[in-house]
Every structure is written in C-alpha cells, then in structure tokens.
Design a binder for this molecule. Structure first.
Ligand code: ADP
Ligand code: MG
Length: 396
C-alpha cells in the first residue's frame, strides 16, 4: 500500500510558515458564495495548524484567469466568506506585497494568498513559480484532492522543494479511495451511470478488470443495449461507439466481471416532468418515438439483490435523468439500498462526481455512504486507475 506523510508526521509547527494548498474554487453569484462545501472541507487542516501555532498561508486557485491578474477572479472576493466558515480572522495577501505581509504574521494567524493562477507559471508548473511560492513557506501541505490530477506549481511542484504532507481532507479522501479500489473487500460492485459512454470509456475499461459486478445505468446503458442489438428509439445513445461497447463487454467476460444492464426501463416520448406518455417497459419494447430516461423497477430490484452480496461499492453517475421526476426513482432507490447496507456494516460505499453528489443529496443519503468525494475530474481519473500527480508527489 502506498503511504504518504500526514499532519501526524509534520512535527512542531509553532512559528513555522506552512503553505496549505486548498480548493476554494466556490460558485458565486452577485458577489456571494452560493455553496460553501469546499470552504468547509478545509476547516480541519487549517484549524489544526493554526491551533498549533503555525503561520498558515492558504494557496488556492479561483476560476480560470489564464495566467494573468483579473479582478473578478480575485480571492479577495472569497476572504470574508472564508473567515466566517473558519470562525477566525483571515488576512488577504496580494502577490505584490506578499513578503512584507507574510513577515507581519504571527503564530496562529491565517492568510489567504491571491489566486495562484494569476501566474502563468502555475499551470505550467514552472520552477520559477514554484520558487516564488516556496520562498514564502517552510513547509507544504496539500489538502486539495480535487486539484491533485493537475501537475501545477501549487499542487505538485511545491511537494518537491519543501517538506510535503497530506492535509486532513486529502488524507481522508486517499484512505477512503484506497479502501474502495486499492485493496477492497470482495465482492466489489461499481455503478457507472451518467450521460455518455464517451466521457467514461477509460473508467469502464479500468473497472472491468477490477470489480466483480459492473452496473451500467443512465444514458450509458443505452449505448451498451444498442450495441447488443436493442432498438433504443430516440434515447440518448452513442451509436458510433458500438464496437467499443462490445470490446468492453468482452473484456468483462474475460475478467469474470458480471455486467448488469437493465431489462426494464422507464420511457417517454418527451423529456419533461411526469409526461403523459410515461410508461415502464421491457428494453425490447421501446418504440421508435420513445426515449429511455431511467432504468426500470425490476432492474433496480435485481441490482439491490446483487448489492446485498457485495462488500464494497464504488459509484459514479446517476442511473437516470434524476433532475426531472420521476426519472430519479432508480437512482434514489438504489442509493437508499446502498446507504442502508452501509449503515448495517455490510458495505463500504464510496461515491463521487458532480452530478452523483447532487443525486445522493437529492436522495437524502449522502451521509449514509462511507465516503462521498466532491472531486469531479480527480475522482474520475482515480477511477480510471491513473496516478494523480499531486498525490504521487506526496508519497514517501
Ligand atoms: P457525474 O457528474 O456524476 O460524473 P455525469 O455528468 O456523467 O455524472 O452524468 C449526469 C447526467 O446524466 C445527469 O445530468 C443526468 O440527467 C444524465 N442522464 C442520466 N441518465 C440519462 C438518460 N437515460 N438520458 C439522458 N440523460 C441521462
Ligand atoms: Mg457531470
């Protein structure tokens, strides 16, 4: 098992300047933070370091300013909200005056440094930019799993020039992911849903070799059904991926991975909430003018039975168009089953992906899973079996 240093290994930080990479890329509207989940995720690490008397220097990106300063993407806009979430004062530090301002900070103080992406060398992982950041700190803590799939100066470069440690959120994320796909208890099930196969091809290829049950739902299921000769009508479907889908099915068979495709589905002629044309049918009975918008109740029941035999579950992607009722039914029901099995101690359940998190919240079970990752791209790359550069750089 790969290991990495955590805050337990960091030693005495009193009076030390600790550069902490966090993900503060929060959504904003009319100058207000509309979802502070990411800010809250940093509290454990920043609070612990400040309590131990470190001078905490938070590094983060905000938006995509393309390597130059841009006032509408200044982290100054987030400082007040961040201070409220931390329940402590936060001093905003601009790069122009960073050294002077950092020199004024006392043990236990927290400073938020300006957007790292105002430097063109950040995304290029340019050594000069790495040095520019490094000279402000004595130690480096990476707490931003969601940015760890990028080898940027603040997410990867710094780990090579300063003593580097995983923050508490990063540590929790890595431990949960390791438990789910690193050395999982078997049998392992993976749910892969969402809109398109093309966006998750590498995920599917990796998973068939890793898991015992591959549950395919959402729009992706349509592509697999069509590849097997099912007429999916007007459904969202990537007909050009027929050969790829068949290859994945063959690879699964070679690896003794059971692929679950739905045998009943929920269809409608128009994509709207509770449309008059709504009906449930066998996958072989979809009419030419109908769309598959969710998997059916019999399929969900069979999936729930399969889950009951499993010890580990990894989930990315909703099973249907869950934003529009009643096409949330399958996702909600299977998510509740997974949460109940988790609460009964039978299942380790890990889920991730932007829409997946929204779907689990909608089902009211996000807290019932063992771990829910809010990292979108990084979670998918991890599900593809890739090394994440920001994580790799923290390895002992
Ligand atoms: P995530 O963000 O969790 O990785 P995706 O972005 O891949 O998930 O997919 C989520 C989207 O897939 C949702 O917007 C959902 O409405 C859509 N979706 C799921 N099933 C279907 C379907 N049968 N037809 C059309 N869209 C679907
Ligand atoms: Mg998405």
């Amino acid at each position: 098992m790969t290991t990495f240093k955590t805050l337990d290994d960091i030693g005495d930080v009193h009076g030390k300047r600790v550069l902490v990479r966090e993900d503060l890329n929060v959504p904003m509207q009319d100058g207000r933070v509309t979802d502070d989940t990411r800010l809250r995720a940093t509290v454990a690490t920043v609070g612990e370091l400040a309590d131990k008397g470190a001078i905490v220097l938070v590094l983060a990106h905000f938006g995509r300013p393309k390597g130059k300063p841009s006032p509408d993407m200044s982290l100054a806009l987030v400082t007040q909200a961040y201070s409220e979430v931390l329940g402590r004062p936060v001093r905003f530090v601009d790069w122009e005056v960073d050294s002077d301002n950092v020199a004024m900070l006392r043990p236990g103080d927290i400073a938020l440094l300006e957007n790292t992406r105002f430097f063109s060398g950040e995304e290029k992982n340019d050594p000069l930019t790495v040095q520019r950041f490094a000279r402000l700190g004595d130690l480096y803590v990476n707490d931003a799993f969601s940015a760890a799939h990028r080898a940027h100066a603040s997410t990867e470069g710094l780990a090579h020039v300063l003593p580097a440690f995983a923050g508490r959120a990063m540590e929790a994320e890595l431990k949960a992911l390791q438990k789910a796909l690193g050395e999982p208890e078997r049998p392992v099930a993976a749910v892969v849903g969402g809109a398109k196969v093309s966006s998750k091809l590498e995920v599917l290829r990796h998973l068939v070799a890793k898991v015992d049950h591959l549950i395919i739902g959402g729009g992706m299921a349509n592509t697999f059904l069509a590849a097997r000769g099912v007429d999916v009508g007007k459904s969202l479907c990537e007909h050009d991926l027929r050969d790829t889908a068949l290859e994945i099915l063959e690879a699964a068979e070679r690896a003794s991975c059971t692929v679950h495709l739905p045998y009943d589905v929920v269809v409608a002629k128009e994509f709207a909430a509770n449309p008059p044309s709504l009906r449930t049918c066998n996958v072989h009975e979809v009419a030419a003018d109908e769309m598959i918008l969710d998997i059916g109740p019999a399929a969900v029941e069979a999936l729930a039975d399969a889950l009951k035999t499993c010890r580990t579950l990894v989930w990315n992607g909703p099973l249907g168009a869950f934003e529009t009722p009643p096409f949330d039914a399958a996702t909600v029901q299977l998510a509740r089953t997974a949460a109940a099995l988790t609460e009964a101690g039978q299942l380790v359940s890990v889920a991730g992906g932007g829409d997946t998190v929204a779907a689990l919240n909608h089902a009211g079970v996000a807290d019932g899973f063992t771990f829910v990752s809010t990292a979108g791209g990084a979670f998918l790359e991890w599900m593809e079996g890739k090394d994440l550069p920001g994580v790799k750089a923290l390895e002992r």
